[in-house]
Write a protein that binds this ligand. Structure first.
Ligand code: SF4
Length: 267
């Protein structure tokens, strides 16, 4: 809701790439830390050619967060390592250029902090084809959930299962009310129902939860000019905040002031 938060496209605010570059300064972001990031290592193993941008991506993420001096970042568990690096970058920058200037951002995790893909192996990823899109039709959601991986110990309907190791149970936490989650756990442990019954309940709750989002997305798709206008207005608000930070950062790092910096002082 653009009335409640600033919604904008990152590339509309050039200060993101400038802070990214400045955070690469000597003594702030060590190369070894970037090479140790799990996501970088995973992707380099899967790709033949790796761009420098992939290595540097966590620094851009740090710039995205630090530019607005955010203290909490809503992420999945797989991003916790990037946030640790972000705090390290903030600490090192603060030590060199300004004590406590950047807050050290902390992760804001939900109960479903790690949702695996429908294959139950890796996290949801479009390139692995194991996702359910937020705007998919009810039929597509059911077609994808039906064959999704469950607890492999439940070979037949009579075998009891362990809900805690089943990704369908994790998804129930995200979409089903607490009493349904408790019922799922009980029926799974006692083989009180089959996995298909369990998935049908999940599908119904998922479809109901996603319906208002899908309808809103469809309405927005019919008004591309309105969407662009709101994104541009959001970028104007974000740029005002970002410009203030980048001006202070340049100043603390010892760059010569530009006319724009002087204008900023009079804002
Ligand atoms: S009953 Fe539900 S929670 Fe248990 S293994 Fe099957 S799908 Fe997973």
């Amino acid at each position: 809701d653009p009335e409640r938060c600033i919604v904008f496209v990152q590339s509309h605010v050039a200060e993101h790439s400038e802070l990214n570059w400045l955070l690469n300064a000597h003594g702030v972001t060590p190369l070894g830390e970037l090479e140790r990031q799990t996501q970088f290592k995973d992707k380099t193993q899967r790709q033949e050619s790796v761009s420098a941008g992939l290595l540097n991506y966590p620094v851009l993420q740090a710039a995205d967060v630090l530019l607005y001096k955010a203290s909490l970042v809503p992420v999945g568990e797989d991003q916790v390592q990037h946030l640790e690096l972000m705090r390290e970058i903030a600490r090192r920058w603060n030590a060199r250029y300004g004590d406590h200037y950047f807050p050290e951002p902390q992760p804001l995790l939900t109960k479903t902090k790690r949702v695996l893909g429908l294959d139950g192996k890796a996290k949801m990823s479009k390139s692995l084809g194991n996702t359910i899109g937020l705007f998919e039709s009810p039929e597509a959601i059911w077609e994808k959930l039906r064959p999704a991986a469950t607890d492999p110990a439940r070979k037949t309907r009579k075998d009891p299962g362990t809900p805690e190791i089943c990704n369908i149970f994790t998804l129930h936490h995200g979409f089903s009310p607490p009493d349904t989650v408790a019922e799922v756990a009980q029926k799974c442990r006692t083989a009180g129902w089959g996995c298909l019954d369990c998935k049908r309940v999940l599908a119904d709750n998922m479809i109901a939860a996603l319906k208002p989002m899908r309808e809103r997305a469809e309405a927005l798709k019919r008004d591309p000019a309105g969407v662009l206008a709101r994104l541009r207005a959001g970028a104007d608000k974000a740029r005002a905040l970002a410009h203030r930070t980048i001006t202070e950062v340049r100043d603390r790092m010892g760059f010569l002031k530009t006319n724009a910096d002087s204008d900023h002082r009079h804002l």
